[in-house]
Design a protein around this ligand. Structure first.
Ligand code: HEC
Length: 410
């Protein structure tokens, strides 16, 4: 505002900023605004205590371009998010998640949505401020006593002297003809010359200095050496009189804080003396029978089917032929190191002792990991029983079908 060139000096010592017309009713203001608009002025504005309906068309204000800016920003946000995710996850460092395709739109929607909203929101705020030329900390109107009522019950039109059509006498006559209560000449602001109020300047300086403090503190904390414990406002149970794992403890001869259980200690329920049940062995060799604790009934078979479905189907497939989804995906990738899961219904495995199948599942076999840590012995035995059923099913002969049902088969 302050750089504005004054074309027509006013009669008073300070140059003229503009003419201020005061009205009592919004209706009068609307009528006056229409007149000023029709007279072709451009550098003018209306000031009201509350939003006045119809003021935009009365002043000839065109619709704002802000929505278009926001649309552009939103599209930029969406594009940025999509390209970024495609580049990082599907192109530059292809990353397999749950065997899904590298590039799949649904997985990328949340980030895209967020960036669209973020870009739009920032553009809305910054664009609104810039289009309105805000912040605007000082105005010559602040020095008019009459203008103080603008926040209460009066309505004003101000035509600025820099408008090319402005002529002090003619413009004053025009404003008076609009039914203004008063028309007043407002001088340029020579006192502050558009500088920010000093309170604001001090506030900004103080806040800027204060904003540096946290960074200074953390920079100091990174570099400084200090032996006393850090300030702990809410200690919870962080500080306890105990030794952490892998630490030293001079109380014991071997200096270890972690202790072995006393020799011979067995946790409740973990006494596993039954070699048949827990190792699948009888007399040192693979057991050929199921342990007595495992009942050969429909419930065990169902349990085995469930356990097989959870633990084995991903690789071995639902019928055990080695065609699970993991195998399909690995074959598709063809990376060369994949050992296909065995077809577990092959005759040589059907002849294997049940104890050996138990051992393969519990401890793993060659490239297949063991499942002993995540399946109970009962679950493993039930799985072996289900394996046997799969093997029988794949290698069945007519003799296996009950005589009564053979008739209906080809
Ligand atoms: C991560 C994939 C994977 C899973 C899951 C998996 N296996 Fe395997 N399995 C394999 C592979 C691979 C082999 C072949 C290993 C080799 O030959 O190196 C194999 C081999 C086997 C064999 C053949 C053992 C032999 O003596 O040749 C049996 C039986 C078997 N798996 C049973 C199971 C059962 C039962 C489960 C579920 C508890 C299971 N597997 C889960 C990958 C898997």
């Amino acid at each position: 505002m302050s750089e504005k060139k004054q074309t027509k000096p006013a009669s008073k010592e300070a140059p003229l900023y503009g003419l201020l017309a005061e009205y009592e009713k919004p209706k009068q203001l609307l009528a006056a605004a229409k007149k000023v608009r029709d007279a072709g002025f451009e550098q003018w504005d209306t000031y009201t205590p509350f939003p006045v309906h119809g003021i935009d068309p009365a002043m000839g204000i065109k619709p704002t371009i802000l929505p278009w800016l926001v649309l552009g920003a939103g599209l930029t946000g969406a594009t940025t998010a999509l390209v970024l995710q495609w580049w990082t996850n599907a192109h530059d460092y292809a990353w397999i998640v749950s065997g899904k395709p590298f590039w799949s739109l649904p997985a990328n929607i949340p980030v895209t949505f967020e960036l669209t909203v973020l870009f739009s929101a920032i553009t809305t705020l910054v664009g609104m401020l810039m289009l309105n030329k805000l912040p605007h900390p000082s105005s010559p109107l602040d020095f008019s006593e009459r203008f103080a009522r603008v926040t209460d019950d009066r309505f004003f039109v101000v035509i600025e002297a820099r408008d090319p059509k402005f002529d002090e006498g003619d413009t004053k006559a025009l404003l008076e003809s609009t039914g203004a209560v008063a028309v007043e000449a407002v001088p340029e602001d020579t006192k502050t010359e558009g500088r920010m109020p000093s309170v604001l300047v001090y506030a900004i300086v103080i806040l800027t200095c204060a904003a540096i403090v946290p960074f200074a503190l953390s920079a100091y904390a990174r570099e400084a050496k200090n032996r006393s414990p850090r300030i702990h406002i809410v200690p919870d149970m962080d500080n306890q009189q105990k030794f952490k794992s892998q630490r030293e403890n001079d109380f014991f001869a071997d200096n270890r804080a972690m202790r072995e259980p006393v020799a011979g200690t067995v946790a409740r329920g973990l006494l596993r003396t039954d070699e048949h049940l827990y190792e699948g062995k009888a007399g040192g060799t693979w057991a050929r029978t199921f342990p007595p604790a495992i009942k050969a009934d429909a419930a065990t078979m169902q349990r085995g089917r469930t356990a097989f479905g959870i633990n084995c189907v991903p690789c071995h497939g639902p019928t055990g032929q080695g065609n699970g989804l993991v195998n399909k995906r690995a074959t598709e990738l063809a990376e060369g190191t994949w050992v296909p899961p065995t077809n577990v219904t092959q005759p040589h495995l059907a002849k294997q002792p049940v104890g050996q199948l138990y051992g393969s599942i519990k401890n793993g076999i060659r490239n297949m990991p063991g499942y002993g840590h995540q399946m109970s012995s009962e679950d493993i035995w039930a799985t072996v029983m289900y394996l046997r059923a799969l093997q029988r099913g794949q290698n069945a002969t007519l003799e296996d079908v009950p005589a009564a049902q053979r008739a209906g088969m080809k």
